[in-house]
Design a protein around this ligand. Structure first.
Ligand code: NI
Length: 218
């Protein structure tokens, strides 16, 4: 059951203050299931069909013949059935509500953490070449995620820090807040947010469609 697009229930304000918020469920359960099945087909091209391309980002593990796939970049350019869902007007509206201005999608990816093998993402800021609340990453959770499966973690308010803030020092000072989600939840975070995520120590996948939206610069 999705929530109405105009039901902001405070998360727009939380996004602007904290740089991160769970906006809740925006798609119907069957839409999420379809996206998940589409994501699985893309993953199987890599794991079963041996497909390799510059858009399939992976790394090797010593002593293991199977490389670990962690990102399918340029998701909008992949040949898959669900590509139109990336341009869902409900998601664009959500991003524009947060940014308080007309926005456009600027990047699409499928971010993956395989059960027991998905690696941590070192702490970082996506980019600092825009002021706060001018660009965000919207994560559509295809799986429930918690700390055990390597969910997003961030330092609230860190999007407001100067461009040259020391990421490790900001993380150490905290507070580090894990963003646990249910399947179908949409999470938004400012591209300037100091964030990272841990290893997937669980038997569950963590599959996330990430769309960056930005207010076009004049
Ligand atoms: Ni990031």
């Amino acid at each position: 059951m999705g929530i109405a697009v105009d039901d902001k229930t405070g998360w727009v304000e939380r996004f602007r203050r904290d740089g991160m918020a769970v906006a809740g469920s925006y798609l119907e359960a069957d839409e999420v299931t379809r996206l998940q099945a589409g994501a699985d087909r893309l993953i199987r091209r890599f794991t079963e069909d041996g497909h390799r391309s510059q858009d399939y980002w992976c790394f090797d593990v010593e002593g293991d013949p199977r490389p670990i796939l962690y990102r399918i970049h340029n998701l909008e350019r992949q040949d898959w059935e669900e590509v139109s869902a990336l341009h869902d007007p409900r998601l664009l509206k959500l991003a524009e509500d947060c940014l308080g201005a007309p926005a456009e999608p600027t990047a699409f990816a499928l971010v993956l953490k395989e059960p027991y093998r998905g690696a941590e993402v070192p702490w970082h800021r996506d980019r600092c070449n825009v002021p706060a609340s001018r660009a965000l990453n919207l994560s559509l959770s295809l799986d429930a995620a918690d700390k055990d499966s390597g969910c997003l973690e961030g330092v609230p308010g860190s999007q407001l820090l100067p461009d040259d803030a020391d990421v490790a020092a900001v993380r150490d000072a905290g507070p580090v807040v894990p963003v646990e989600v249910s399947q179908g939840d949409v999470v938004i975070h400012d591209v300037r947010l100091v964030h990272g995520s841990g290893w997937n120590n669980s038997a569950r996948w963590r599959r996330t469609i990430v769309i960056e939206y930005a207010v076009p610069t004049a």
